[in-house]
Design a protein. Structure first.
Ligand code: URA
Ligand code: SF4
Length: 222
């Protein structure tokens, strides 16, 4: 370019759409997502962390974005928040092995705070990044066709239910929507990392609330 700026890359369009294949199952989507440059988040992260689990799962759990451990291991919910989630699923009577787990945003966003040495500090995605990544989540929903979608926290809630979504207001109630003539149920709850962030005295109650909301999803499956 004459002014020395690099030519616009695909990430300037802030949409994953051009990278999403028109056909194929989860494996094809995962392969394609590995090369997504639909927004700038792919630049600093190690890899795309795509959804994982049974392609025909009855339940899909949607989180925010991969964390440090997920970015290293390439799988969603394998770090501290994932361990809380596994314990909560177990307490609610939902086998994690029977759920498809994914995130609203597929790349880890972080900053490096010199005070923390090499540690990478999680940063929440912006609405724009989340909107850019939405075509992947839409494609996962189309393939998996879950009966119940569990919405974990505000980012997932805004991605699936719109920007006016508030966890505190909408958690724990069974919602329903029609997608291509198919009824899909949704239940929102707090993000499992909110349990980890809670004060020690409040942690048990926060965990209990998460379990109670997950039980709403379990009842919807029955
Ligand atoms: N938090 C999320 O929202 N997703 C993960 O996969 C891990 C932590
Ligand atoms: Fe693509 Fe989503 Fe990663 Fe952005 S965060 S590069 S849209 S996969």
């Amino acid at each position: 370019m004459a002014d020395g700026r690099p030519a616009d890359g695909p990430e300037d369009a802030y949409s994953a759409e051009p990278f999403v294949p028109g056909r194929g199952g989860i494996a094809a989507l995962r392969r394609a997502a590995a090369d997504c440059r639909g927004c700038p988040l792919h630049r600093d992260a190690t890899r795309t962390v795509f959804g994982q689990g049974d392609e025909h799962a009855r339940v899909m759990l949607v989180g925010e974005e991969p964390g440090d451990q997920e970015d290293r291991q390439g799988k969603p919910f394998v770090g501290p928040a994932g361990h809380v989630l596994d314990r909560a699923l177990d307490a609610a009577g939902l086998d994690p092995g029977q759920a498809y787990m994914t995130n609203a945003v597929k790349h880890f966003k972080f900053s490096r705070d010199p005070a923390h040495g090499k540690r990478r500090i999680h940063k929440p995605p912006t609405l724009r990044e989340s909107a850019a990544c939405a075509p992947w989540l839409a494609a996962e929903l189309t393939v998996v066709e879950p009966e119940v979608v569990v919405v974990l926290g505000a980012t997932a809630g805004k991605a699936l239910l719109g920007s006016s979504f508030r966890v505190t207001k909408e958690r724990g109630t069974l919602m329903e929507r029609e997608i291509h003539g198919r009824v899909e149920h949704l239940v929102a709850t707090i993000h499992p990392s909110a349990v980890l962030r809670a004060d020690k005295d409040d942690r048990e109650e926060a965990f209990g609330g998460l379990v109670a909301d997950l039980e709403v999803a379990v009842r919807a499956l029955a």
